[in-house]
Design a protein around this ligand. Structure first.
Ligand SMILES: *Cc1c(COP(=O)(O)O)cnc(C)c1O
Length: 450
């Protein structure tokens, strides 16, 4: 349509067209009217530089584009073809079916979150995961909070405010997302009492620090880096024995906190929660969505009187876990109790997938696409556990002429596919692609392979 701005349809006439009436039913009159005004304003702004006015159908299309863009969720599922199992940027651990069902069941209506059904009065939300955690780990007590960063902050604030906390210099870590042990310490009001050198700390260093009557000794898992060469630190039981002689409790921030021995899958041994307790740690903290494979949560377990003190601290209220978290965490813990974690928890299923299955899946992708080659490669655990450790895998490798552009177009697919580059090839790792996402993955790849 050529012509002057006077030929533009009015807001009212647009709102009465059949397509617009449909969109009003979907998006509401207010938002649709706003989209109409915005689309008309865009045309006016482009005029007179644009010599032609858009046709009515083009105008309507633009209105629809605005409506879908404005109402689209920015948080969307993606397909993780990177082979990084606990990918921090991709939401860490996917939930098991039971964990998901539990969250839906408890949150689509009311629940007994804080209601004692037996006595018909107020109950505590803290009981829901506590019994399971006690049963699985043998700990006297447990407390679940929003995430492990909050758990560490609560422990330090609740037990060491205005007092010293002993920690080895080799453990003053920074985890992704801005969690730094020294900064959390400062925030809690505890005083950092660093001991040892960057690479080595001795039992004598602990002994000397204990003379200053600290509130506690903290051990933090290094999580995302390794120190190699001339290194060393005392084992946890030695530290505990020494600290207990001075009546000082030991807190072990495990980070990932596995309940299962990772060495069973050809990986290095990641310290387990049970081992820390057996070594005598008074409190152990770990994440819900790292190697536990559940929802985002921070779990504190250990001695009854210390956990009781933390439960009563005002900060505990501010960082408490919500019902979605407690429902899905309880269901996740149930998998461990029933000894079905490897089968039911997605991250353990991924870690324990036999190599032959991965090769078969990569080959099936190649056959279905008629493109690429199947090459050997590595998956990683990620999520601040087992740094530098890899699991052998089979990858589908594609050789597009512009790999970066290819990756970008994969990210624009619906759902977006996240892959990675290896030696200028685009590689896709079947280990982290959920079986129910395979058809979507292939559908995203096909049009790009032409
Ligand atoms: C990951 C990690 C944290 C933080 O846990 P979030 O659940 O991400 O808050 C704290 N300490 C250590 C050692 C970690 O590895």
């Amino acid at each position: 349509m050529t012509g002057s701005l006077r030929d533009l349809p009015s807001v009212d006439s647009l709102l009465q067209s059949p397509r617009l009436l449909e969109w009003i039913a979907i998006y509401g009159r207010l938002l649709t009217t706003q989209a109409v005004r915005e689309a008309l304003a865009q045309v006016r702004a482009a005029h007179p530089a644009a010599s032609t006015l858009p046709a009515r159908s083009e105008l309507e299309q633009e209105i629809h584009n605005l409506l879908t863009a404005w109402t689209a969720s920015t948080l969307e599922p993606v397909i993780n073809a990177t082979g990084v199992i606990l990918h921090t940027n991709l939401g860490r651990a996917p939930l098991s079916r039971a964990a998901l069902a539990a969250a839906v069941r408890v949150s689509s209506g009311y629940s007994n979150l804080e209601y004692d059904l037996e006595r018909g009065q107020r109950g505590s939300r803290l009981i829901h995961a506590e019994a399971l955690l006690q049963c699985l780990t043998g700990a006297e007590a447990a407390l679940v909070v929003n995430n492990n960063a909050a758990a560490v902050l609560l422990v330090l604030t609740g037990l060491a405010r205005r007092r010293a906390v002993v920690i080895a210099r080799s453990q003053l870590v920074e985890i992704g997302g801005g969690f730094r042990v020294p900064d959390v310490m400062k925030q809690s009001g505890a005083r950092l009492l660093e001991i040892g050198a960057t690479n080595r700390v001795h039992l004598a260093d602990y002994a000397e620090a204990l003379r200053e009557a600290p509130a506690l000794v903290l051990r933090a898992h290094r999580s995302n880096f390794r120190i190699i060469g001339f290194t060393g630190e005392p084992a946890l039981p030695e530290i505990v024995a020494l600290a207990h002689q001075s009546g000082v409790p030991v807190v072990d921030d495990l980070g990932s906190g596995s309940l299962i021995d990772t060495a069973r899958f050809g990986l290095a041994h990641e310290p387990t929660v049970q081992e820390s307790l057996a070594a005598g740690a008074d409190l152990v903290c770990f994440s819900g969505d790292k190697l536990l494979g559940g929802p985002q949560a921070g779990i504190i377990i250990g001695r009854g009187e210390l956990v009781a003190k933390l439960k009563k601290h005002p900060l505990a209220r501010a960082i408490r876990a919500d019902k979605l978290c407690l429902a899905s965490l309880t269901a996740t813990l149930g998998h461990y109790l029933k000894d079905e974690a490897e089968r039911e928890i997605p991250i353990w299923r991924m870690i324990s997938t036999p190599l032959a299955d991965l090769e078969q899946r990569a080959q099936a992708w190649r056959r279905s696409l008629g493109h690429g080659e199947v090459v050997s490669g590595e998956s990683t655990v990620g999520g601040g556990s087992l740094p530098g450790e890899t699991l052998p895998s089979w990858l589908l490798a594609l050789s597009p002429s512009a790999p970066d552009r290819f990756l970008r177009r994969l990210r624009q697919a619906d759902p977006p596919v996240i892959a990675r580059l290896k030696n200028d090839q685009v590689v896709l790792d079947p280990r982290t692609v959920l079986p129910e996402q395979e058809q979507d993955l292939l559908a995203a790849l096909r049009p790009l392979l032409g």
